[in-house]
Ligand binder design. Structure first.
Ligand SMILES: [Zn+2]
Length: 445
């Protein structure tokens, strides 16, 4: 799905489906509008849990938010249809086989140069074909809804950078499954699948250090007082020696986000400047508490492990189905072996279908992680009011619909809806009843 699938080599496409890339506090398919920050009442400094103990109400979505939500569903459907139709078109018109022949001629029939030229040209072609939709979804539409602050030049350069990174990563890894397909046609899926774990781990470690800074500036936190609070809450969650970064996402979007990532000396708490501008200090502290929850409870590593297992399963399924399809349509597609690099769109297609099939389960698992991170953040701060009002602010800024349909939940929601989250937050206060929290033993008081 999306260019990512091809860009990172077919196997990395599964990453998205299990939510590995997810770090946002909310579903991140929407950006943010310039809505005033928290209400003065919320922004007022106070001891956590002592004021504003009444339940927070979830406001009804605006007409604009509903329009954004509905058209978003339509776009999602279109993107899924394209992710299936494009590979089919490339395969059944014989285009993929033709492109491979061209690449092979240019490369003098050598394995790696053929693969490289084929992959480079295919990436470029898909980039161009998808450009109108990318422009509409990523730029024009966001501006039309007042959600984007990005200048066109920045958008265009970011697109080219993504393309470059995709081609580079593909050039580095794509030869592996194809080389294995040549050496071990029976077991290539097993060996490739076993490499998924080290590959995803590397991606996870490298992305915050070398990829994210290619798109935005990461600087020290400006508000030193808040930085002290952030480090204090991290310490209470058992995260020591982390650096705090403020990233200038305000050049792209008004959407808010934060994450905690890295190990050892690369351990970092990253706050978007948009979040710092929109949320009050107690709300920011809660969001950091939520992200610390993901980190401390090992959600990212669980996702990496699960993604690796699913990749293995997906490759196995793709291998079996591809065998059948090659038997049926090989002549039509112009290749008969999976080890032929012309089969790349076929592998993409099969992995896309697999990833679509497991999407509901993967999203349900992701929503479970989110609920637990919300719980952890509450047990850390005991500040239900700041938490609930943070989500209400998020809803208004992101044009979210607080109680979307069941269909949306099943196929698209990586996070519980804002309505569900605020309901949970209003309710969850075991410490007021003298009960122990679920993660009590992980928190230093
Ligand atoms: Zn989260």
């Amino acid at each position: 799905m999306k260019r990512m699938l091809l860009g990172l080599g077919a196997m990395a496409g599964l990453l998205g489906s299990v939510g590995l890339a997810r770090t946002a506090v909310a579903n991140d398919d929407s950006a943010t509008s310039a809505v005033p920050p928290a209400t003065p009442e919320v922004a007022a400094t106070r001891a956590p849990g002592t004021l504003g103990v009444g339940p927070v109400e979830v406001p009804a979505p605006s007409e604009k938010a509903l329009r954004y939500h509905r058209s978003g569903n339509l776009i999602w459907t279109l993107e899924q249809a394209l992710a299936i139709a494009l590979p089919l078109l490339l395969l059944f018109t014989g285009f993929s086989a033709g492109l491979r022949s061209l690449a092979s001629r240019l490369a003098g029939g050598r394995f790696y140069p053929t693969l490289l030229i084929y992959f480079g040209l295919l990436s470029l072609l898909l980039f161009v074909v998808e450009l109108p939709l990318s422009y509409y979804v990523g730029y024009a539409r966001e501006h039309a809804y007042g959600l984007s602050t990005q200048r066109f030049a920045k958008w265009a350069v970011d697109q080219l950078k993504s393309l470059g990174i995709g081609v580079l990563v593909g050039a580095l890894v794509l030869w592996v499954p194809y080389w294995l397909l040549g050496k071990s046609p029976q077991r290539w899926w097993l060996w490739t699948g076993m490499l998924a774990l080290p590959f995803y781990t590397l991606v996870l470690l490298i992305t915050p250090l070398w990829i994210a800074p290619l798109f935005n500036k990461f600087g020290p936190m400006q508000d030193k007082g808040l930085e002290v609070e952030v480090l204090a809450i991290a310490q209470r969650a058992g995260v020591e020696g982390a650096r705090v970064f403020e990233v200038n996402k305000s050049v792209d979007t008004a959407k808010v986000n934060a994450y905690v990532t890295g190990v050892g000396s690369t351990k970092r708490i990253v706050l978007w400047d948009t979040l710092l501008a929109r949320l009050s200090p107690p709300q920011t502290t809660y969001v950091v508490g939520h992200e610390l929850g993901h980190y401390v409870l090992g959600h990212v590593w669980t996702s990496v492990l699960l993604s690796s297992l699913l990749t293995l399963l997906g490759l196995f399924g793709a291998d079996r189905l591809a065998g059948y399809l090659l038997g049926q349509f090989g002549a039509r597609m112009g290749f008969h072996q999976l080890s032929d690099v012309a089969s790349l769109p076929l592998l993409m297609l099969l992995l896309t279908l697999f990833s679509l099939a497991i999407t509901p389960a993967a999203l349900a698992f992701s929503r479970y992680h989110e609920r637990e991170a919300d719980r952890f953040g509450l047990e850390l701060t005991h500040d239900n009011h700041a938490a609930a009002t943070a989500f209400v602010a998020l809803q208004e800024q992101n044009l979210s619909v607080p109680r979307p349909s069941l269909l949306y939940k099943i196929f698209r929601a990586s996070h519980p809806s804002i309505g569900e989250r605020v309901d949970f937050i209003n309710d969850y206060r075991p410490w007021e009843r003298g009960q122990r929290g679920q993660y009590e033993e992980r928190i230093r008081h």
